[in-house]
Design a protein. Structure first.
Length: 207
C-alpha cells in the first residue's frame, strides 16, 4: 500500500478504495453509485479530496465562468462530479472544467457519462488532504493529455497559480486577475474577488 500511495502522489492510504485489487478497477467500477466521489488512476479508485471551503470556492468559480461561456456560446462548464477520461487508464474530476465545442463530437453535450474528451481548462481547488505530489501528477496528466490551461487555487494559503504548461506558471497576487487567455477569450475574474467571497458573512442581527 505504501508504494501504491507514493505512485499516486503520496496520498493518504484512507483515500484508496481497497474493495478492488489495485490496478484492476475499470470505468464501470467508477460509475457505481458508491464510487461517485472517486477518480480512476492506473486501475485504482482514489477518493477525491473534499471539503466545504473547496466546494464553495469551486462553485463560485463555476457560477462566474458558466454564464460567460453560455453568453458567448464557447462550450460547456462542468463541476467536480463531472469525470473526464484523459490518457489511457486515467479519469479525473477537475473541480471546474471548461471544454470548447470544437473538442466535443458534433459540438454537443456528450451522452457518455465518462467522455474520452480532454478539457481546455482544468481548475483544481486544493484542500488539506491533497499533496503537492498528487497535484503535480494531475497537472502532468492534464498537459500530457492536451489541457491548455490549469488554475491551481489554495484557499487556506490564499494562493493562485496559473499554468500554461507543466512548468510554465505565474503566481497571482490580490491585485491580479484570472483570465481565460486564448482558451476563454475575454474572461476575467479578480483574485481579490475570490478571497472576498470566502470572507462573506451573513447578517445575524435580529429584526
Amino acid at each position: 500500500m505504501g508504494d501504491l500511495c507514493r505512485r499516486l502522489g503520496d496520498i493518504p492510504p484512507d483515500r484508496v478504495r481497497s474493495q478492488l485489487s489495485p490496478g484492476s478497477a475499470t470505468i464501470e467500477d467508477l460509475l457505481r453509485p458508491e464510487n461517485a466521489c472517486c477518480e480512476l488512476v492506473d486501475g485504482t479508485l482514489v477518493e477525491k479530496a473534499v471539503g466545504v471551503k473547496k466546494s464553495y470556492l469551486a462553485g463560485f468559480i463555476r457560477d462566474i465562468l458558466s454564464p460567460y461561456v453560455r453568453l458567448h456560446n464557447l462550450g460547456m462548464v462542468t463541476q467536480g462530479d463531472g469525470p473526464w477520461e484523459l490518457i489511457s487508464g486515467i479519469v479525473r474530476l477537475p473541480d471546474v472544467a471548461f471544454v470548447s465545442w470544437n473538442r466535443l463530437p458534433n459540438a454537443e453535450v456528450p451522452d457518455d457519462p465518462v467522455p474520452n474528451v480532454v478539457p481546455d481548462l482544468a481548475v483544481e481547488v486544493i484542500s488539506r488532504s491533497n499533496t503537492r505530489s498528487e497535484i503535480a501528477r494531475k497537472r502532468g496528466e492534464y498537459f500530457q493529455s492536451g489541457v491548455r490551461l490549469v488554475w491551481e487555487i489554495e484557499p487556506r494559503l490564499r494562493t493562485v497559480r496559473v499554468y500554461r504548461s507543466f512548468e510554465v506558471f505565474e503566481d497571482l497576487s490580490d491585485t491580479d486577475s484570472l483570465d481565460g487567455g486564448e482558451v476563454i477569450p475575454g474572461f476575467s475574474l479578480s483574485v481579490a474577488q475570490l478571497w472576498k467571497e470566502l470572507d462573506r458573512r451573513g447578517n445575524t442581527k435580529k429584526a
